[in-house]
Design a binder for this molecule. Structure first.
Ligand SMILES: *[C@@H]1O[C@H](CO)[C@@H](O)[C@H](O)[C@H]1NC(C)=O
Ligand SMILES: *[C@@H]1O[C@H](CO)[C@@H](O)[C@H](O)[C@H]1NC(C)=O
Ligand SMILES: *[C@@H]1O[C@H](CO)[C@@H](O)[C@H](O)[C@H]1NC(C)=O
Ligand SMILES: *[C@@H]1O[C@H](CO)[C@@H](O)[C@H](O)[C@H]1NC(C)=O
Ligand SMILES: *[C@@H]1O[C@H](CO)[C@@H](O)[C@H](O)[C@H]1NC(C)=O
Ligand SMILES: *[C@@H]1O[C@H](CO)[C@@H](O)[C@H](O)[C@H]1NC(C)=O
Ligand SMILES: *[C@@H]1O[C@H](CO)[C@@H](O)[C@H](O)[C@H]1NC(C)=O
Length: 471
């Protein structure tokens, strides 16, 4: 009885795997692909060298792990290593990356996320959150592509795809059947010199890209597509990161296209790591239920020095939304935005000081967030329901708000009250319709283009030049 089975295995080993391998190697040899990266690599391998099967059904978790483990040994000579994912459908559970490493997802290749929970190791909650973000349970599923304490990591392609096959997770989440927090598609912790570019992410179980406690991060030319009806499918969430550039991204989401964070209440205050030096530019976003860019609600480690420019929003709930609450502590300050074009918006400006979701009863209700020096200019919006809903916190007003050169055209069903402001302070100039009395028209000196000035210097990551690399 054993012999025929063994015979089939030998047959598969000899004929099946090499056949796939040579086919995909031919793809590579005949078409050299050029791409841009922080670093090029000396060593290269293809996923099929490690027994992977691209039929969309066979689990390739072991192949990914074997490949990365092998390449991580090769990379130690200083040349780095890259793993090429060739055309095919590569089903896999969660796996971790390594340093001095490039994951290249070729056009026509899809990394398919497994719907088998045993393929997703459970890891500890983030120290700055204390809890899993989804549920009451402490743990969370490791993300599909993950890594901690890494340096020099590139995840790129010529528009290859990562498909989260989220339906399984969305259904179970809606039925409140998870004790653990759903996985994200890409999460890097405590890492530096990161590039994520030229890939498409589809149907994530939850958030899409989550760099946390990282520095020197470039996220560029990424497409994120999630059904607009599914909760928490945030596009990109820079969280307690320094020196981050997000540019040329196209995001459709059921939650915020970009959500800037830095930890949750007492856990985030204690951890104390801000998000700072962040530049977001040339973003296109559709998010009917959420914001183009959210600052918060978890901002307890602080958010500062953020620039947002050249953003196009369609059918989106609000442009930039500041979300916080008493208990968060921390700050949101030195925020600059300009050149935002909007169509079909519920709000243009939205600030909420009552975002009262807390990790547990241990938060300090007297830990007030500081929201100050918020600058918005050069914006145009059409088909808007309400221009501004700005709600600070009692005894903790949001200050230093500056809005200039903004023209808002209203929808047929627009609200009678266009601006509703409480506990905020600031000035405006050349804003239509006329803002609330808490944001009065700025008096002299009224030099037309000198209000709410966008910084002219760059953050360091904006000056980084990528190298030409090949697979
Ligand atoms: C994979 O990375 C996660 C964090 O990203 C970490 O918690 C986990 O221990 C790592 N697993 C392995 C096998 O290294
Ligand atoms: C990663 O780095 C952080 C911060 O330096 C440290 O606390 C943590 O122990 C490191 N984790 C690993 C797995 O080395
Ligand atoms: C990455 O995307 C940019 C912008 O869409 C494009 O110009 C560039 O050619 C792409 N690179 C690759 C390797 O596909
Ligand atoms: C990449 O693929 C996605 C999904 O197929 C598509 O919507 C997007 O336009 C493509 N991007 C580029 C730059 O080709
Ligand atoms: C204006 O917005 C409403 C939703 O508030 C939408 O139904 C309608 O299609 C939009 N009109 C145009 C011209 O985009
Ligand atoms: C006002 O904003 C528009 C974009 O909405 C821009 O084209 C124009 O240059 C701005 N005006 C000034 C004086 O900056
Ligand atoms: C204005 O905002 C306050 C505070 O959030 C709210 O209670 C009130 O109902 C709002 N008024 C209008 C007209 O929207």
């Amino acid at each position: 009885m054993i012999r025929p089975v063994f015979g089939i295995l030998v047959f598969l080993a000899i004929f099946h795997f090499p056949a796939i391998e040579s086919q995909s190697q031919r793809n590579l040899v005949t078409s050299k692909i050029e791409f841009s990266a922080l670093r090029c690599r000396k060593h290269s391998a293809i996923l099929t060298d490690f027994g992977a099967v691209g039929d969309g059904k066979t689990s390739n978790t072991k192949a990914f792990k074997k490949a990365i483990s092998k390449l991580s040994q090769m990379a130690t000579d200083g040349g780095g290593a890259q793993l090429v994912v060739p055309p095919g459908k590569w089903l896999t559970g969660s796996f971790n990356l390594t340093s001095h490493f490039t994951l290249f997802i070729q056009q026509g290749a899809t990394i398919l996320a497994s719907q088998d929970e045993s393929e997703w190791p459970v890891i500890a909650p983030l120290p700055s959150y204390g809890k899993g973000r989804d549920g009451t349970g402490a743990g969370r599923f490791n993300s599909l592509i993950s890594g901690s304490n890494l340096t020099d990591v590139v995840i790129t392609g010529n528009n290859g795809t990562i498909n989260g096959q989220g339906q399984y997770w969305w259904d179970k989440f809606k039925k409140k059947q998870f004790k653990l927090t759903r996985p994200y598609l890409i999460e890097l912790l405590f890492s530096k010199n990161i590039q994520i570019s030229n890939i498409t992410l589809i149907d994530s179980p939850s958030w899409n890209i989550h760099p946390v406690y990282c520095k020197n991060v470039i996220i560029k030319s990424v497409t994120v597509l999630a059904p607009v009806t599914v909760p928490n499918t945030d596009g990109i969430n820079p969280d307690s990161c320094a020196n981050t550039l997000i540019e040329d991204c196209y995001i459709v989401s059921g939650d915020d296209c970009i959500a800037v964070k830095s930890g949750w209440d007492q856990y985030g205050i204690k951890f104390g790591m801000p998000t700072k030096q962040l530049s977001i530019r040339r973003l296109t976003c559709i998010s009917p239920k959420s914001a183009g860019v959210a600052l918060g609600s978890e901002m307890s480690g602080g958010i500062k020095d953020v620039r947002i420019e050249e953003v196009t929003l369609t059918n989106t709930e609000s442009a930039i939304r500041i979300k916080t609450a008493a208990g968060r502590g921390g700050y949101v300050k030195n925020i600059f935005a300009r050149r935002i074009t909007m169509k079909t918006m519920k709000y243009v400006f939205w600030m909420s000081g009552d975002y009262n979701q807390h990790p547990d009863e241990g938060y300090d209700p007297k830990a007030f967030p500081e929201v100050t020096n918020i600058n918005y200019r050069d914006m145009k919006a059409e088909n808007v329901t309400m221009s501004g809903s700005l709600d600070g916190i009692d005894k903790d007003p949001f200050k230093g708000i500056c809005i200039s050169n903004v023209t808002i055209a209203l929808a047929d069903n627009a609200k009678k009250v266009q601006w509703n402001c409480t506990n905020v302070a600031g000035v405006t100039s050349r804003v239509k319709p006329e803002p609330c009395s808490l944001l009065p028209e700025k008096k002299a000196p009224m030099k037309n283009d000198e209000d709410c000035v966008f910084p002219s210097d760059l953050i360091p990551i904006e000056s980084v030049v990528l190298k030409k690399c090949f697979v």
